[in-house]
Design a protein around this ligand. Structure first.
Ligand code: IMP
Ligand code: MG
Length: 174
């Protein structure tokens, strides 16, 4: 019954692509005539950003950032940027793209840091929202799916770096 490993498919490839087309249409309407900086949070959102941006029609720049967790001598955890942005977002319309929002801590940290660069606007787009895990309130501007409270892999999401390449999203029991 509860054998570890890949479980059932939660969102099929067709469902994912359909929702991406829908939110891309909304984003195209919202940013008509404006240039956009799309920020891909590595590694989980690279498939999502690749598929989403190919459906966006405004002039745009895509940039990447990567964060990691560090532990200091006292055992305290801290978040740091492994890769910072290459472009200057001062005065720009910025769309931050995440794979999944759980507690909200990751995104809260990134937003706080990006706000110090004074973007003209900063909106959040996520593939998955797991509201059951939320500890920090996050205003999500665009989302594909509100998911059930479970651990999932595929379409960029990993378990110990594996399963990112699945074209669908499935439950994973570990
Ligand atoms: P948060 O800081 O709790 O919002 O965590 C968000 C990050 O945790 C995401 O960017 C993912 O990397 C990871 N994560 C959270 N839930 C899952 C899941 O179900 N599958 C894979 N990764 C997850
Ligand atoms: Mg992530």
């Amino acid at each position: 019954m509860n054998t570890p490993g890949l479980g059932k498919i939660i969102y099929t490839e067709e469902q994912i692509q359909q929702r991406i087309a829908e939110i891309a249409a909304t984003i195209n309407r919202d940013y008509t005539g404006q240039e956009l900086v799309v920020i891909c949070i590595l590694k989980g959102s690279f498939y999502f950003v690749a598929d989403l941006t190919r459906r966006l029609t405004m002039p745009m720049i895509v940039d990447f950032l990567s964060i990691g967790v560090t532990h200091d001598e006292s055992g305290k955890t801290a978040i740091k940027f492994n890769k910072d942005l290459d472009v200057d977002i001062d005065g720009k319309q910025v769309l931050l793209v995440e794979d999944i929002i759980g507690t909200g801590f990751t995104l809260g940290y990134i937003c706080q840091r990006l706000e110090t660069s004074h973007p003209a606007s900063l909106k959040i787009c996520t593939l998955l929202d797991n509201p059951a895990e939320r500890l920090l309130p996050i205003q999500i501007d665009y989302k594909c799916f509100t998911m059930p409270d479970m651990f999932v892999v595929g379409y960029g999401l990993d378990y110990r770096q594996h399963f990112r390449n699945l074209p669908y999203i499935a439950e994973y029991r570990y």
